[in-house]
Design a protein around this ligand. Sequence first.
Ligand code: MG
Length: 330
Amino acid sequence: MIKLSYSPYTLNPVSSLNAVSLPTPREGVLFKVDWNDGHIGYGDLQPWPELGDATLQEQLAGLRAGKISAQIEQTIWLARRDAEARAKKRNLFDFGIPVKNNYTLTHIEDLEGGLLDQLKADGFDTIKVKIGRDLQDEAAALVRIAAAGFKIRLDFNALANWQIFERFMKNLTPSVRSYIEYVEDPFPYEPNAWLEAKKLAPIAIDNQYHKVRWDDLKENPFDIIVIKPAKMDVDTAIYQCQEHGLKATVTSYMDHPVGVAHAITVAMELKKAHGDLILQAGCLTHRLYQMDRFAAELDVKGPFIRRVPGTGVGFDQLLGEMSWYHIKLR
Ligand code: MG
């Protein structure tokens, strides 16, 4: 038996976060999970209905009715991982080895004012660009990013279609294209269309992951799985990578710093266990929101999240000070 409590939070975006969301405050909850073996751990739940998740209210209502969503299942799994480290008074950042993160560029206007020089000086070598607001300006930005020598990760969030994707890619020069490490979710998943897309760039699957019928795959329609521990069974995804010769990128879910700390420590542990299978991570997402007391606890140096002080994922004192509301499970 477990006892669940939650504590609501609000994250205030610095500006809008992708092509499908407005810069409105984001609501989520932290979970405190008590197991009857005495373990206590913490996890985060930050749904993205814009990207197909059930809303926070739906997931909490489901929970009260005894239905655990896939996302809450992950929250509890991560909380258990946290709880076991806390019980041993160990910090989860000590379980793995350092993993670099890409820089996430949500607005290409941010390139003005010497950002690329700054990122290079800070030690970044890979920039993730969200595509879909203004394809022409975005293509121009890629020219600048490639000229500065950065590897590029593109994310279409499955919002384009084959024609848009093909035109966008073919309009890039071969030189710019050579800097593209991969393209995430170019358009809605369809194995044969993605096999065609793969001829233009390595392809990563992220929010289309649930559509894959693994048993039917003859040829891989993608090269990389974007593992989001916040909503995806990590061991299963790693097994799929091994079985199908894929690589993995671990990312946070543009969620609370507790979620960020969970994601990066999972990435660090996987890196230690699986080496080259684990690519650079994408967990530096807390800066998309205004600084709060939790974000201030993240010790970030350039592309590395080095530690959060405390046990488990850290934040011991802040988590202890929060008000927790018990959820009655049926
Ligand atoms: Mg994505």
